[in-house]
Ligand binder design. Structure first.
Ligand SMILES: *[C@@H]1O[C@H](CO)[C@@H](O)[C@H](O)[C@H]1NC(C)=O
Ligand SMILES: *[C@@H]1O[C@H](CO)[C@@H](O)[C@H](O)[C@H]1NC(C)=O
Length: 403
């Protein structure tokens, strides 16, 4: 009996030691969060291990999370869900069953996952799409774009752009009973990056007559120029997405060549000849004082010219929408941006909100002081947080009122 009890105590202690991660102060529900993050921690460590052993590519292993979370496209009493293709790109389509009271609204959604993992069919994304479709009586198109590193930039962008362009044709909108003046693009994380890039590209495309009503950017990644912003510092305290993983996602979006990853890790990947672009991500001007955390702005650090010649994607506004000129930003639609305090991507979103406002765009910027990257994924048992529900409700409410 005594021995069993001792074993149990030891096991519990070991488990607690494994689950325990330091959490930044001010984060909501730190203990529940530690528990729900454990599977992500396990897969992350597994991915590193299989890569070191040469068994599997790191991102392939990371996709284990995605695969276990995918649910079939099944209709329910409120929403008809189907898997189909628009312009040869797979999409999950959510059509409300309720009788429309006039033309419907529509959302084109891009899932997150660092351009390398994730799927429109993951439980949490499926849940969000269903909810928007049902509560807003709206058509939701959730896109399964091809993923890096097998399909590096610009393929993921081109896939989501091609779906958007297909859907915005007046013949397609009328087929689904959609009001052409009430369509938005939306996405979280890497999906927020794609949504921002799509909204910008549409402005230049003479073939597209439909104008977006809104863009919704949920803790988006918006630039790969400066990976040493204040929010990228002190990365140990950023749950789910530490700086090292974000650097990995950014570099794999362009190439699996480790030389780009290493240069990005030391923030020496931009050549001096592109120095003028730093004005667009100048955090000493674009961040409010409270977010500069008393850090001194020291200016850009530069790297070899060869990297940008081989992988020009990271200087391209279709990958780094923050690099667009003010003249281009000015014509963007009504914008909702969610940023989280404990997120390496916090400053990307905050700076974009600032630049859009300065350019005259109407922006609703919701900064969640007690939240972390990916928080909207945590609204379903057993990965459920009150914080996830609160922020999802806020976002859905905004879409209800503004789309
Ligand atoms: C269908 O919609 C109603 C009203 O919004 C809701 O109460 C119900 O839970 C929904 N059913 C499903 C399966 O989501
Ligand atoms: C950034 O802004 C500061 C002023 O706040 C200025 O001194 C510096 O030259 C700017 N740097 C770049 C690269 O735009």
């Amino acid at each position: 009996m005594g021995a069993k009890l001792l074993c149990l105590c030891l096991l519990t202690a070991l488990l607690a030691y494994y689950i325990y991660s330091p959490m930044p102060e001010g984060l909501a529900e730190p203990w529940t969060l530690m528990l729900v993050l454990t599977p992500f921690k396990v897969v992350g460590q597994l991915a590193t291990a299989v890569e070191v052993l040469g068994l599997m590519n790191y991102m392939e292993a990371m996709r284990l999370i995605t695969v276990t979370e995918i649910v079939a496209a099944t209709s329910d009493e409120n929403v008809t869900v189907t898997s189909t293709e628009f312009n040869n790109v797979p999409v999950r389509l959510y059509l409300p069953r309720r009788a429309p009271d006039g033309l419907r609204r529509a959302m084109i959604y891009f899932h997150g996952g660092g351009w390398c993992v994730g799927d429109a069919g993951m439980k949490s994304y499926d849940h969000m799409s269903r909810r928007i479709s049902n509560e807003l009586n709206a058509v939701v198109v959730s896109v399964n774009y091809r993923l890096a590193p097998e399909h590096p930039f610009p393929v993921p962008f081109e896939d989501v752009y091609s779906v958007t362009k297909f859907f915005l044709q007046s013949s397609v909108l009328s087929q689904y009973g959609v009001d052409p003046t009430r369509v938005c693009v939306a996405g979280d994380s890497a999906g927020g990056n794609l949504a921002a890039a799509v909204a910008q590209q549409l402005l230049e495309d003479a073939e597209v007559k439909t104008k977006l009503k809104a863009q919704i950017l949920l803790y988006p990644a918006l630039q790969a120029l400066d990976l040493d912003l204040p929010s990228y510092r002190d990365s140990e305290n950023k749950p789910l997405l530490p700086r090292s993983l974000m650097v990995r996602f950014w570099s794999e979006y362009f190439t699996s060549d480790p030389s780009l990853r290493e240069a990005m890790a030391s923030n020496r990947h931009v050549p001096a000849e592109s120095g003028h672009l730093f004005q667009f991500v100048n955090w000493s001007q674009l961040l409010p004082a409270g977010m500069r955390q008393g850090l001194a702005y020291t200016g850009p650090t530069y790297g070899p010219a060869g990297l940008a010649r081989r992988y020009p994607g990271f200087l391209d506004p279709r990958a780094s929408p923050l690099l667009a000129s003010d003249a281009r930003l000015r014509r963007l639609p009504h914008t909702y941006i969610l940023t989280c305090e404990h997120d390496v991507l916090r400053d990307d979103g905050v700076m974009y909100a600032q630049r859009l406002r300065a350019a005259g765009v109407t922006v609703t910027h919701h900064h969640a002081q007690d939240a972390f990257h990916g928080v909207l994924m945590f609204t379903l048992w057993p990965f459920e947080l009150a914080l996830g529900h609160r922020l999802l409700n806020n976002y859905v409410q905004w879409v209800k009122e503004n789309l």
